[in-house]
Design a binder for this molecule. Structure first.
Ligand code: ADP
Ligand code: MG
Length: 381
């Protein structure tokens, strides 16, 4: 990715002050729990957004991406306002806006980006873009902000400036993950623990199947699930569904009259419990048993939350049918990717079975790769 620095030089006529990287992520378990103050267990991918950046003190923000056709976008840092920037530039511009709005003295910057995180595949290319921008500005302007604080500001950029009501999992994973670990995150207070996740050591692999179906979180379905969960919490008299644990679930469901809300509550409470069970299995070294938890999680997302799609259901069914230990959709759903836990020596056969099932169903060829748990955002040079 040193090419990014050279491209920056050609674009702006001077060298960058530095180069930073921030990864995309996959979530192992705990879906649609983060806006319910619940638990998630993502891991960072080797795929990263890389940004070459230089500081400017004239308040001008110049943004460019190798991956998008088009000229350099030039904006005034003090004129940024939510909804005021169209397209991809809203993500990095939103970070500048969020930092300034929080009282941090960020002037302008020249930014050139390039990313290997597939976009719209549920692997959080957007969070990678935000977090790499936030970390670069934190370093260049000497802000001294912690990783969780940077993640929160990146989320605020996406929520309030871009206008996507995402939770904080993606930004936390990109900012805080560690090589060889999954990140067990409590989204209520952003406390977290690095959970060793060395699948190769136990002869296993985690595959990511990108269905190539582009999800669109802005289309209202996500906001509708979120509103339904909030309605459930209100009806149960709790601040967030995180307050309801698995032992209280049947009692809670009995107190809810709305069928849709009941389904959403059942998903969130049971998925929080699945995160806890997965952590217990990983801590006990029983990684193979996580497969069954993934299968349960997929059924809950498909049947209760109803955020899956035929391609995701097919990827999961074909993988499990071909001998995978477990699989589930990951991320917001309606397309995007699935994760598959598989014996390393069965990985090729399982990937082949998923491809064959897609061919037979007339779907586009899915992308399949191994998710190697990788490090979070960092300065490269
Ligand atoms: P996801 O985060 O799951 O990949 P999103 O819809 O949240 O999907 O974010 C994708 C958007 O992020 C793209 O449409 C684009 O605006 C922006 N984006 C991601 N990667 C890049 C990139 N390399 N260059 C420019 N914009 C990017
Ligand atoms: Mg995103």
């Amino acid at each position: 990715m040193s090419g990014v620095a050279a491209e920056f030089g050609e674009l702006y006529g001077h060298a960058p002050d530095g180069v930073w990287a921030a990864p995309g992520r996959v979530n192992l378990i705990g879906e649609y729990t983060d806006f319910n103050e619940g638990f998630v267990l993502p891991l960072a991918l080797p795929h990263t957004a890389v940004a070459a950046v230089s500081r400017r003190d004239d308040g001008i923000l110049r943004l460019h991406s190798r991956d998008v056709d088009g000229p350099v976008v030039e904006l005034g840092a003090d004129a940024l306002k939510p909804g005021g920037v169209d397209g991809w530039a809203a993500y990095p511009a939103g970070v500048v806006w969020a930092l300034r709005e929080a009282g941090h003295a960020v002037g302008g910057a020249d930014v050139h980006l390039a990313s290997t995180v597939p976009t719209g595949a549920g692997l959080s290319s957007s969070a990678a873009l935000e977090v790499v921008t936030a970390l670069a500005l934190n370093d260049l302007y000497g802000l001294g902000l912690t990783r969780p604080r940077l993640a929160l500001l990146a989320q605020r950029a996406e929520n309030a400036f871009v206008g996507v009501p995402c939770g904080v999992m993606d930004q936390m994973a990109s900012a805080c993950a560690e090589d060889g670990h999954a990140l067990f995150l409590d989204t209520r207070d952003l406390s977290y623990r690095q959970v060793p996740f060395d699948l190769a050591a136990v002869g296993l692999r985690l595959l990511v199947v990108d269905t190539r179906v582009k999800h669109a979180l802005g289309d209202g379905a996500y906001a509708e699930r979120r509103a339904g969960c909030e309605a459930g919490a209100r009806a149960l008299g709790v601040r967030a569904l995180r307050e309801v644990d698995a032992a209280q679930l049947s009692d809670a469901l009995g107190r809810l009259s709305d069928e849709t809300v009941r389904r959403y509550v059942r998903h969130v409470v049971s998925d929080n419990d699945r995160v806890a069970r997965t952590i217990a299995l990983l801590d006990a070294g029983d990684v193979r048993a996580v497969g069954a938890v993934l299968v349960e999680g997929h059924a809950s997302l498909r049947d209760d939350l109803r955020v899956s799609c035929p391609e995701l259901d097919l990827a999961v069914a074909a993988a499990v049918g071909a001998g995978a230990l477990g699989a589930r959709m990951t991320g917001g759903g309606f397309g995007g990717s699935a994760v598959v836990l598989v014996d390393a020596d069965a990985a090729d056969a399982v990937a082949g079975a998923v491809r064959a099932a897609f061919r037979e169903a007339g779907h586009a060829e899915p992308g399949v790769f191994t998710a190697v748990p990788s490090g979070g955002a960092r300065r490269l040079g």
